[in-house]
Design a protein around this ligand. Structure first.
Ligand code: ADP
Ligand code: ASP
Ligand code: MG
Length: 440
């Protein structure tokens, strides 16, 4: 059994969706196909939701109509037969009727999640109608029947495993299953999701749950590149990464993978392949237990970071001081990404400032607190890089013009992180591309 996940751009046009159908029927292996929403849909739904939240129903109606129009055009080009077109029209009517009904309901967080789920529900159902039109036998598995998260938003892999096995058992003679990425049910039984970009996470969780032979992530680029291609002109694909390396890159901003998407595959030792739907024969990137090589592999950047410095000449070296600081973050379920200490101060970074005001209030009891918002973590990732010669010299020479606020070295063997102001990110990534990879 393998898992094949296709992202939004891989489904962005009727032609692309037809190509996805070809890719999933290119061999006879059993597979679970995980689909995102069509590109642009989740963004459109986020916009509809925030327009509704602000009470502007007329504007929301216009946005819903524009999205419906996009889908009407899409189905005209996707289907050949009247029967399939009719089914697709009924499907659109059902989902857009739901969106129109919500205009009359008062806005809530649960409703927001229902709105966001429409993208994956639509893409998978349209794809299913298309497969049926092509006489491709398959079964649609509703993710809301097996993908569950607990009250801390953590996926419940044990429950997912049991529920998915039961659903698949009922369709023993099927070898193509199709399901939604991103969407899930929460502890209250409501529709929820795995956060933006979450279809990768769904795919990895499903691959872990069924002990898949491989988890293929099909996207619009030929694998993990050595730098962010949205920022830097010349980047190259990486042939192989260890789970640890890939997890660091995903967590520290490489958008090609959802930040949490590696751990399920790693835990259950399912290799992950990053592949390109636009160029299916390209090698892509293999993510497995072995790193394949040593040395610097890639850099990535994570924005919207807040740095907090707590200064206390009196308490810093006292036993238990760091514990007390960490307990504040634990209390507000806010995880710390980077930490550095000196004799009189400790600096930490967080990527979630929902509870920042409460956290600061409690930290102020320990000493003087300084906050810098709008920072970026730049991570340099590679197998055993902290033991690779010359890395530090090249790294610091590359960023000599950048005001580095914090450095984290030695926390793991495969990551060195720098904290810099967000406004220097582009320059830092370009300088590192030249200094570490010789690419301009
Ligand atoms: P999908 O819709 O398939 O989930 P995403 O847009 O989420 O695709 O992820 C693919 C995009 O990630 C690429 O088009 C690329 O611009 C971006 N990206 C950022 N960093 C990297 C990187 N290091 N390697 C490859 N792609 C990256
Ligand atoms: N459709 C969702 C999003 O745009 C999930 C995903 O694409 O992975 O965030
Ligand atoms: Mg994605």
């Amino acid at each position: 059994m393998k898992v094949m996940k296709f992202g939004g751009t891989s489904l962005g046009s009727p032609q692309r969706m037809k190509e996805v159908a070809k890719l999933i029927t290119a061999d006879v292996d059993s597979k679970i196909v995980v689909l995102s929403a069509l590109s642009g849909t989740t963004n459109a739904l986020v916009e509809i939701s925030s327009t509704l939240a602000s009470g502007n129903k007329n504007e929301a109606k216009l946005q819903i109509d524009a999205l419906e129009q996009h889908y009407q055009t899409f189905i005209e080009l996707l289907f050949n037969t009247d029967d399939a077109k009719l089914k697709a029209k009924q499907l659109l009517a059902e989902h857009f009727e739901f969106l129109t009904i919500i205009l009359k309901i008062s806005f809530s967080e649960a409703l927001n999640k229902d709105i966001l789920a429409q993208g994956e529900l639509l893409s998978t159902k349209l794809f299913s109608i298309y497969l049926a039109e092509q006489n491709i036998h398959h079964v649609l598995l509703p993710a809301l029947d097996f993908m569950t998260i607990d009250s801390y938003d953590e996926p419940q892999i044990g429950t997912i495993k049991v529920k998915l096995a039961q659903l698949m058992q009922r369709n023993k003679d099927t070898n193509i299953f199709v399901t939604q990425g991103y969407i899930s049910r929460n502890a209250k039984g409501e529709v929820d999701n795995l956060k933006r970009g979450g279809s990768d996470y769904s795919a990895s969780l499903i691959a872990a749950a069924v002990n898949a032979s491989v988890c293929e992530i099909w996207t619009d680029i030929d694998g993990m590149h050595n730098n962010d291609p949205r920022v830097v002109d010349k980047t190259l694909p990486i042939e192989q990464l260890s789970f640890e390396e890939a997890a660091e890159l995903a967590y520290f901003g490489a958008k090609i993978l959802h930040p949490a998407s590696i751990w399920p595959a790693q835990y259950y030792n399912v290799p992950v392949r990053l592949l390109n739907t636009m160029d299916p024969s390209a090698k892509g990137t293999l993510i497995a237990e072995q790193a394949g090589s040593v040395g610097v592999k890639a850099v990535a950047a994570k924005d919207s970071i807040t740095a907090i410095k707590i200064k206390s000449s009196r308490m810093l070296l006292a036993y238990g001081f760091l514990r007390k600081v960490f307990e504040v973050f634990e209390k507000y379920r806010t995880s710390i990404d980077m930490i550095t200490t000196s004799e009189v101060a400790v600096s930490v970074t967080v990527d979630n400032d929902i509870f920042l005001a409460d956290i600061l209030k409690e930290l102020e009891l320990f000493g003087t607190v300084e906050v810098d918002t709008n920072q970026t973590i730049v991570s340099i990732v590679g197998n055993e890089i902290t033991e690779t010669k010359e890395v530090m010299r090249k790294l610091f020479e590359s960023v000599s013009t950048i005001p580095v606020r914090m450095v984290s070295y030695g926390g793991s063997k495969h990551n060195i992180s720098l904290l810099i102001p967000r406004s220097y990110k582009e320059e830092a990534l370009k300088c590192l591309n030249k200094g570490l990879f010789g690419l301009e």
